[in-house]
Write a new protein. Sequence first.
Length: 328
Amino acid sequence: MALELKPKDLKTDFRNDWCVGCGDFGILNALHMALADLGKPRNQIAVFSGIGCSGKTPHWINTYGIHTLHGRSLPFAIGAKLANPELTVLAVGGDGDGYGIGACHFLNSGRRNVDLTYIVFDNGVYGLTKGQASPTLHRGEKPKSLPLPNINDNINPLAVAICSGYTFVARGYSYDVKHLRELIVRGINHKGFALIDVLQPCPTYNNLQTKEWFEGIEEDEETGERKKGTPRVYKLEESGYDPVVKNAENVEELEHKMAQALLKTQEWGDRIPIGVLYQVNQPDYGSRIAARMPAYAQHAPAKMPYYDLKTGKPTTDISASLKDFQVI
């Protein structure tokens, strides 16, 4: 029997260890609300994570949760989706987890366009291991956790995703929970690989890109008075921006929408866009497999019996394979 999903079911009683003021709380709340909006049964949702502060997210969502290895949440999540196409699959991870050690998976996953949603908690530092510079920290920046300014150039994950084949590319802000909730719903409903990079202030180690910095609040060095200026983040949908490719077969339109999205990924500093930057509907990986194997949907690996219901004995005999490992 399906387990009906209700908002109260999504929260668990586990004690969390995130720092006070961490943007992870906003992302978790947005996830709770987005999953409640979708109303999918709990036993048809799986959330995968890697290692880092963000890795604890599945512990606090009352669905299937799989805490995997550093930088490896995507291959686990992809495997689950291909084994069970009916499962709603999400992967979560930090910018170090996903864009550093997991960069190879991040890059190659776009080529497949598997129908899942990848949410990255992006704060510019490795929050769990004392604030080293992550791949998204800009060169020359020196948060308080670094003894010297960052010597490496940053990567642009949104641009990489667009050029790697992701069919839904968006950016959210962890302190705008309502907007992020809407982005997550759109990402899950998109038939294909969706990336949502979430700007998430780290109050412990990154004293540069703080909540106040994103919201344009400045402090007078002499008086200590805080003055509210223009927020740095702005919503693309409120500026008339259209990210959707209406006809994926129209090469000119495809190139135009991709080019405008790439230009938006370059905006940083005084003006930082949030919202959907790029979206195109193309056959997802499951559809491509089904085109070659028409019986795939009906006979996906997760649906195949692995034991006899009457006898309880396994239906697969691996004894011959085990002999290869036998030590004589």
